[in-house]
Design a protein around this ligand. Structure first.
Ligand SMILES: C[S@@+](CC[C@H](N)C(=O)[O-])C[C@H]1O[C@@H](n2cnc3c(N)ncnc32)[C@H](O)[C@@H]1O
Length: 188
């Protein structure tokens, strides 16, 4: 069942409609960079990042141990030894201070119980020019699943909360049909 769900996340993430290649191009990852994929699900993006950063580390972070096991096996099959599996608590992630070039979160923010505090705790993990990438569902039409089940956060709320947590909006993009896509950096 866990594998089924992990595979389903990957099928959706890799669907051309989700524009994974355009997301990767936008991030323009470089060799040696470290990235935490928080709420990594089936690990589709973790593995793409691992390929892109070479000797850099990719932390696949998820509260679901079954998904992490799935990612560990997938990385092994692909010969990617720079994917590190991290089981966090629901509201805190522990990694080396000032170690991350990117935190990536796709379709995860609406799961976090106290987002301002969560993101404030991440400030110390980023390098001074590190970035947080948030891709989150938009409200959607009247019958949309995300709207009915509250699985979305309006872009304005994300920007407001990130501002409160110590970040400024650096750029955002509107090429994803169902999600907002914003990149934040630390306030100087
Ligand atoms: C909708 S899935 C998105 C998976 C993946 N990011 C993708 O785009 O395919 C949300 C994921 O976030 C994880 N999650 C939920 N709350 C979390 C938390 N507090 N910390 C880390 N992961 C969390 C879930 O277990 C699930 O794998």
């Amino acid at each position: 069942m866990k594998n089924f769900k992990a595979k389903m996340f990957n099928k959706k993430a890799s669907n051309p409609k989700s524009k994974p290649n355009q997301i990767l191009e936008t991030l323009a990852l470089q060799l040696g960079q470290n990235i935490a994929d928080i709420g990594s699900g089936g690990g589709y993006f973790s593995l793409r990042f691992a390929d892109a950063v070479g000797k850099g580390n990719v932390y696949a972070v998820d509260t679901n141990p079954g998904f992490l096991e799935f990612i560990r096996n997938s990385a092994k099959e692909k010969g990617l030894n720079n994917v590190k599996i991290i089981l966090p608590t629901k509201d805190r992630l522990i990694l080396p201070e000032k170690s991350l070039d990117f935190v990536f979160m796709r379709n995860v923010c609406h799961h976090l119980p106290n987002r301002v505090e969560y993101f404030r705790n991440l400030t110390g993990l980023l390098k001074p020019d590190g970035k947080i990438v948030i891709i989150e569902y938009k409200r959607g039409g009247f019958f949309s699943f995300h709207r009915i089940f509250g699985h979305y956060i309006p872009r304005e709320i994300i920007v407001e909360e990130m501002n409160e947590a110590g970040y400024r909006l650096e750029k955002d993009f509107d090429f994803l049909p169902n999600q907002s896509f914003a990149i934040f950096s630390l306030k100087k």
